[in-house]
Design a protein around this ligand. Structure first.
Ligand SMILES: Cc1cc2nc3c(=O)[nH]c(=O)nc-3n(C[C@H](O)[C@H](O)[C@H](O)COP(=O)(O)OP(=O)(O)OC[C@H]3O[C@@H](n4cnc5c(N)ncnc54)[C@H](O)[C@@H]3O)c2cc1C
Length: 533
């Protein structure tokens, strides 16, 4: 007797999404997570008495609208609001760029009329290709299979469907697609714009969670990856989930539970049980074994295959490839409790710019140097920081007249050079981050009354994000689309029968999208009911 139909390892938003779809389809589903709270990297917690914030992921755009609607997340209490301004980029010389509906063009025109004239065409190019990505997000990419069986036939049809979608692009759009998949964001931006701040606005998206220079080949794709989302039907913008990112995962968990899924917390999986080349269940840390017809994993693929699946159960070529899976985000995350709002030298009065993503990285050169410095030194001494102050949109996060801010700091080494440990440098780097903000908003440091610090090592320990990788694996061309997590396994099926990938290490990758969970559920259902799949 099997104890359940499906075991899902990990109650991050993808594991929960997968669970919700499968439970709705009538399967018995058990989700297991090692943490005491569901939600993975998308959770809200109190980090200082009276102050709550999204602990890791902090802003929403990529969450797929079909999933929002299918799982009726608004009925489960989810409310997403727009920022009143999208981004604010102050420069050290006191100038700034402020973007958002009706704001971007005039703000840019005051810095560079030439760039303002070019902005719409550039945005259109990016948006056209973001539309292509949207069309692919909820489809399994064509999977490479050997031989000529039914699987090869099915994948042939999938490849034709993919080609058909691409065929709808004009030749010029296909050239842009190729550029965005292969080139550096820096080169593409230098070709179009002249002003540092507008290049930095787009360039920041190319290095978020990407431990690389904006001039590294492939960084243009990361820029695109951050552009395929939407908020309440408005494409390409970012917003805030009232209650923080945990409100998203609590709503998905509620949808899953309502459909009958069982979510067990504080239940770390120690091992995947493999019998006759088939995953048949899991063993928990406490020794309890749970059997199931299918096992779906939402943890980082390298973690799954190097720590949870017995290595002698895996094909040796598969194991050799997955050991080289690249995890490297280079991010350092802080949450701070503030007794007052920051006053930026470039725009000191309180206003809508304080609801924006505030980017402290005034040029592509600055970002490039930050990466170089982090490679040599372990962290950049002039770091790239995005600040978000969600309490300006959501007064439930902090006591009256006080605030919480997320600091998302880029370009720290996942592992420090010369064997140094993040445990010995966490506080020092946190001080540097605060001092960097203080440089743009004097008095910020004094306003910090509580702080939570997550170095790459802390992200790994708390969330199971290897090397602190926020996407469960770098978004490089060799780890994307049909190669995510590996050529031959892009169809959400692992190398063992009954084992599936439903987390960010599968297509379309990281971010709070829900898409890998949704797509994996579809594949599991197709295998469960082949005639109806
Ligand atoms: C600092 C940071 C900032 C980010 N900012 C944003 C943002 O603003 N917007 C955005 O869209 N995305 C953001 N991201 C990316 C996004 O949060 C992740 O890509 C996404 O949450 C991953 O979801 P997931 O469900 O695939 O995996 P996860 O959320 O990582 O969930 C995996 C789950 O597996 C569990 N687990 C691990 N090992 C075991 C085990 N042995 N047994 C049982 N359970 C286990 C973990 O506890 C975890 O709950 C950010 C990520 C980080 C870390």
């Amino acid at each position: 007797m099997r104890e359940t139909d499906v075991i899902i390892i990990g109650a991050g938003h993808n594991g929960l999404t997968c669970a919700a779809y499968l439970a709705h389809a009538g399967l018995r589903v058990k989700v297991l997570d090692r943490r005491k709270v569901a939600g993975g990297a998308a959770v809200t917690e109190e980090f200082h008495p009276g102050f709550r914030n999204s602990v890791a992921a902090y802003t929403v755009s990529l969450l797929n609208p079909k999933i929002l609607a299918d799982l009726k997340l608004s009925e489960h209490g989810l409310r997403i609001v727009e920022r009143r301004a999208q981004n604010f980029l102050p420069a050290p010389d006191g100038r700034y760029l402020l973007t958002g509906e009706g704001r971007t063009r005039p703000s840019l025109a005051s810095l560079s009329p030439r760039d303002a004239d070019r902005l719409d065409a550039f945005n259109r190019r990016l948006e056209d290709i973001a539309d292509v990505l949207r069309a692919f997000v909820l489809r399994a990419p064509p999977n490479l299979v050997e031989g000529f069986g039914a699987r090869a036939f099915r994948e042939g049809l999938n490849a034709l469907g993919t080609a058909n979608l691409l065929r709808q692009l004009s030749l010029e759009q296909q050239r842009t697609l190729l550029d965005l998949l292969t080139r550096s964001a820096g080169e593409m931006l230098d070709e179009v714009f002249e002003h540092d701040l507008i290049k930095a606005l787009f360039g920041f998206d190319a290095i978020v969670g990407n431990y690389a220079s904006p001039y590294a080949a492939g960084s243009a794709y990361v820029m695109l990856h951050h552009a395929f989302g939407e908020v309440n039907g408005k494409k390409g913008i970012w917003g805030h989930a009232i209650g923080g990112m945990g409100a998203i995962t609590q709503a998905i968990a509620a949808a899953a539970r309502q459909a009958g899924a069982d979510i067990a917390l504080d239940a770390p999986v120690r091992e995947v049980i493999v019998e006759r080349d088939r995953a048949t269940g899991v063993i928990l840390d406490n020794g309890e074994a749970i059997r199931a017809k299918y096992v779906a994993s939402s943890v980082n693929p390298k973690l799954l295959y190097t720590r949870l699946v017995p290595s002698d159960a895996l094909p040796s070529d598969f194991l050799a490839h997955i050991k080289n899976w690249r995890n490297a985000s280079g991010t350092f995350r802080m949450n701070v409790a503030l007794n007052t709002l920051p006053a930026f030298t470039a725009l000191p009065s309180p206003g809508d710019h304080l609801t924006a993503g505030i980017i402290l990285a005034p040029s592509l050169g600055y970002m490039d140097r930050a990466w170089q410095d982090a490679r040599d030194h372990g962290w950049s001494r002039a770091p790239v920081i995005e600040i978000l102050i969600p309490s300006t949109l959501d007064d439930g996060l902090a006591p009256p007249n006080q605030h919480v801010a997320s600091l998302f700091c880029q370009h720290v080494a996942p592992e420090l050079p010369h064997g140094a440990s993040w445990d010995d440098h966490r506080e020092e780097v946190a001080d540097l981050m605060i001092a960097t903000v203080d440089h743009y908003a004097p008095g910020f440091g004094k306003s910090v009354i509580g702080r939570q610090i997550l170095s790459p090592l802390d992200l790994e320990r708390q969330f199971g994000l290897l090397g602190g990788d926020i996407f469960h694996g770098a978004l490089t061309l060799n780890q994307l689309f049909s190669a995510r997590p590996m050529l031959g396994h892009a169809d959400y099926r692992g190398p063992l029968k009954g084992l599936y990938h439903c987390g960010s290490g599968a297509h379309p990758g990281g971010g709070v999208t829900g898409a890998p969970g949704h797509n994996a559920a579809r594949v599991i259902l197709a295998d469960h009911r082949p005639l109806f799949g």
